[in-house]
Design a protein around this ligand. Sequence first.
Ligand code: C2G
Length: 129
Amino acid sequence: MKRVITYGTFDLLHYGHINLLRRAKAQGDYLVVALSTDEFNWNQKQKKSYFSYEERKAMLEAIRYVDLVIPEENWDQKKTDVEKYNIDVFVMGDDWEGKFDFLKDQCEVVYLPRTPEISTTKIKAELHT
Ligand code: C2G
């Protein structure tokens, strides 16, 4: 059983997120998604998500590629998460290229190309027009 993990806010869920989750799952057999809590978003990422943690968690759990959703509460939990969940592959979009290479002594680290032309920021901007 090859176990994969990825992290994110996944707010205003869109096909770029789904593309990432599909490819992350394809790296193994079991996908854990560490979902940024509302507090983490606000205090550490200066993001206010539109949907609450519980709402975003429910949406992720409805996606066929996702096997488990856990809270992401701080930047520093990745090493312990990889241990705790016996992770073989850590996956992130390539906007994070290189940022998590410190995990390479624990697991494989894979950065996947982002889906172009779609982002929550773009959606919000276009909804205002
Ligand atoms: N993503 C993508 N293509 C897009 C938009 C997002 O592949 N058009 C990917 C991102 O690269 C990321 C994942 O979808 O891997 C989730 O995106 P966000 O919710 O924006 O995640 P982020 O805020 O970057 O949080 O500790 C890591 C952070 O929690 C990552």
